[in-house]
Design a protein around this ligand. Sequence first.
Ligand SMILES: CC(C)(O)[C@@H](O)C(=O)O
Ligand SMILES: [Mg+2]
Length: 567
Amino acid sequence: MRSDLIKSGPDRAPARAMLRATGLDDAAIARPLVAVVHTWSNVSPCNLNLRELAVEAAAGIRAAGGTPVEFNTIAVTDGIAMGTPGMRSSLISREVITDSIELAVDGHCLDAMVVLCGCDKTIPAAAMAMARLDIPAVALYGGTIAHGTHDHHPITVQQVFEAVGAHGAGRISDEELTAVERDACPGAGACGGQFTANTMAMVLTTMGLSPVGFNDIPATHPAKGAAAFRCGELVMECLRANRTPRALITRTAMRNAARMVAATAGSTNAVLHLLAIAREAGVEWTLEDFEPASVHTPVIADLLPGGRYTAVELFGAGGSARVAQELIAAGMLEDTPTVTGRSLFDEVTAAPRADTQDVVHPVSAPLKPRGGYSILYGNLAPEGCILKIPGKSGSFEGTARVFESEEEAFAAVQGDRIRAGDVLVIRNEGPAGGPGMREMLGVTAALVGRGLGDDVALITDGRFSGATHGFMVGHVAPEAARGGPIALLRDGDRIAIDAGQRELRTDADLAARRAHWQPPAPKVSRGALAKYALLVGSASDGATTHPDTRVPDRTPRTETSNQGATA
Ligand SMILES: CC(C)(O)[C@@H](O)C(=O)O
Ligand SMILES: [Mg+2]
């Protein structure tokens, strides 16, 4: 046992003395020491229930012969940070949470862990830490928030962001905005559409890191506690069987996860996070691998932000298992092992199947013929970018309106300075340039709220919330701060988002402008943000600080007229 390093033999008497002080007796010290890691915080609803779940998980570990030890990490809540400088801390927190789980578990030589996570970055961080440590481990998502009700319609925080745009355009009153704000978020749980948290929770399930069905249970549902208890028992089974995460995180699991994201029109952040998880697990998986997964998987789940339902209705319809059942029936998933010791297909097939529901469609009657995202390249994104395919699919050509920050763009939208046919370019918001690759939900929701959602497009080296919809291209790489061609765009340039050719391009003479380009001065010089800006790789590699991530290319790019999909 790994924990023998800290507790066996005469030399370890000081460590045992410390453990005794926490209330452990000889028998408890002799048992496997199992971490209950959670990302509890009461700054927002997302992680609010995790301390309660930690008690249940610890009880499950004890019941199965282990000794639980608990610690928690930080969490940064996008729904609160959005649109502020605070949002720079969001993606960086994924690295910090992963690192802190590694350090606390390795620092105390713990034998196994249950990771309880609840929001956009804590969920991928859980998977990254599991991959990195590769000790027996189970992840459990705290669960979705219930939806609010406004004017007899279910709403989520997405509608609050969009109401801000409608309010800015004078379409709704102060009172209406306040009423939406008050109605949207009824209690504990992460944002309720197929936004980043629910998308990533589905990824954990699909990859076999969480038992099928558990992550779908909403945060306030009475069954959530029993699921946490079972995770405690299960991690002890994993320990005895020496079942570890890297056996689960395979290329097949990546492909399955990418297909589930496509089928549910999930958050584009899943692309960043899956790349980061793959790097931690040492799995060969690239940005381009997402394209076939999306092309060959129709959207079958009618979920917000583009569709009608929230994760609570999906839970009632059978949850992630129902989506997987439909994809399996169509030959669109491959069988893989899971944390329970049974295969994904065995678990999914055994899951109950609701008779009447209209949240998840069969593959034969999809909502859209292909998945919700596409990877583009072209002379504006030689390393790639991601298009969130809008409701009104096709291509978009328009005129560049260049903004050097999210704040500038938001002010232009709210100041009624954006017109149909504009392509907003928001740059210097990339992983290094932001730093921290903020989500542009404030801007994208304001566009939708003003009724401009179908008539303008947006490209950025930043990223998007899961609640973003419209004609949106993010993760443009290389980013502006590292000399990506997006840095060279000017107001008035023609920009084409060509979904058919999978290109983001301009006919502007970028090569001529290159000679005059100067890298922008770093926005921060100390602290976590500055460290991240120095270490982070390209968004096309997951925007991670993993040492194997391709060394950032800081040399200016040479423009060609069109570098195409193989660039
Ligand atoms: C605030 C949201 C909706 O949670 C967003 O951060 C996301 O990425 O989905
Ligand atoms: Mg987010």
